[in-house]
Design a binder for this molecule. Sequence first.
Ligand code: HEC
Ligand code: HEC
Ligand code: HEC
Ligand code: HEC
Ligand code: HEC
Length: 372
Amino acid sequence: MQIGLSMKLALVTGGFLLLLGNAFIIHKNYNTEWRRYQEEYLKMVYEKTDEPQMKEILKSRSPRIEQLIITGFGKERVDRCITCHTGIDDERFADFPQPFRTHPRIPGSHAYRTFGCTTCHAGNGRGLSTFDAHGQSKYWMEPLQRGEYIESGCAKCHPAPYLNETPALREGEELFNTKACYACHKVEGASDGKLGPDLTRVGAKWPVEYLRESIVDPKANNIESLMPKMALTDDEVKALVIYLKSLTGENLTRGPVTSYQAVKRWKEQKPAEVPVTVESGRLVFEQKACVACHTINGVGGKIGPDLSVYGLQRTKEWMVQHHVNPRSLVAGSIMPDFKFSRSELEALALYLSAQKKLTVDNAKVYGLGGVE
Ligand code: HEC
Ligand code: HEC
Ligand code: HEC
Ligand code: HEC
Ligand code: HEC
């Protein structure tokens, strides 16, 4: 078969274009971010080494993808972070800029070969650009955690009761109870609130920014939100966010049977019986975090009414029923319901009945006269 001139020309041009395309792809592959970091690293190690044999090895070494395959903790992870974070266990790189710097000492012994990186830091282990690996795409649900936020990752293996080495988790959990979050939200095995959504897996569902916003400005995502805006300092908000981010329902060191049993034991706990006295009523009021929303004698929150003269307003029977289920008496109430024992209900009613101290301030609140 004869091939015409124009056909020949087309073939030659086509071949040339193909070559050009290949050259472009090859160039792109050889000029990736991770290759540049590794070349830089190899050069630096070469300069730091005096051994001629080592120098020979380094000279012939070309950049390659390094990865850790972690199977010991939950689903298999492929962490390629050390492709760029090359100096991670090399003490000589303590003063170098990222991504070369030696890893800081952290409490406990967690060898990288066994633990990988994303177990603590989150991020996308397979990613080979900083953008991908650090999980910066808005579609990646587990962006890289750095600084104190790493503590939310520690909880996957060191859940409550939290280690001393994770102080933000400890503080966050404590605030969750003292700021009455627990009274509206369920966290499996830790709280049983029903007015707000279940937060057992909230950390896997939302990024840090959303969690912060939900606490600082509950009306941001839902203008009709029932959730009150609590008075919290910046540090308190941070600790709460770290705690919430740690709630993923995932537990890498505890099997499903152990987790199931722990939740079951928690569910079977009965509310404590207490002596029916004004003093133990005061303790219940304090421990159940009523003070997060109510003020008595100038101390407490402002979300619910001031209860300093509540003893003048309602009977004990009314109080008991209100505390069993606020919505049975006050339609649409946002006051949470608590699981009380009978004696706790009575002690609480005794304590509230004793609140009869009219002052200039609370008389104004209630429109009552007769100030002392
Ligand atoms: C393509 C190269 C590359 C890969 C892959 C990569 N990183 Fe990085 N990483 C960098 C660079 C560059 C920096 C410094 C700039 C910055 O902070 O974003 C950095 C910074 C960091 C920091 C913050 C350091 C600081 O001073 O705050 C952490 C933590 C981190 N990386 C963890 C990881 C983890 C975990 C992975 C794997 C999931 C990973 N990186 C994968 C390039 C990379
Ligand atoms: C993937 C699971 C995992 C993650 C994530 C993890 N650890 Fe550990 N940690 C372990 C295991 C397993 C041990 C026991 C190691 C041993 O005995 O050699 C341990 C041991 C420790 C110890 C020693 C005391 C003890 O209870 O055994 C401390 C302290 C510690 N970890 C702190 C942390 C901190 C802080 C973080 C977060 C920055 C963290 N860990 C993240 C699994 C994990
Ligand atoms: C057991 C948990 C744990 C594991 C596993 C872990 N890190 Fe870290 N990493 C931490 C903690 C804690 C810090 C210190 C955070 C802080 O205080 O800023 C940290 C800090 C860093 C930093 C910032 C260093 C600096 O000087 O500011 C980088 C980068 C980093 N880790 C990368 C990695 C890489 C890459 C891996 C895997 C090879 C890894 N980490 C594995 C817990 C861990
Ligand atoms: C009076 C009950 C109430 C209290 C107290 C309360 N919340 Fe909420 N919370 C809600 C309700 C209801 C929602 C549902 C969304 C809405 O109304 O906007 C919500 C939503 C949230 C969300 C968003 C969950 C999601 O998946 O979108 C977070 C996070 C949250 N609350 C955290 C907290 C924290 C932390 C505290 C304590 C500082 C707290 N809540 C106290 C009722 C409450
Ligand atoms: C999340 C905030 C919040 C918490 C926590 C809370 N309350 Fe309330 N409470 C309210 C609000 C708001 C009202 C008034 C309006 C309503 O019912 O929605 C209220 C109303 C009351 C009233 C007045 C009812 C009436 O109309 O006579 C009493 C008494 C009361 N709460 C006691 C308690 C006690 C006791 C606790 C702790 C066990 C508690 N509250 C915890 C928010 C809260």
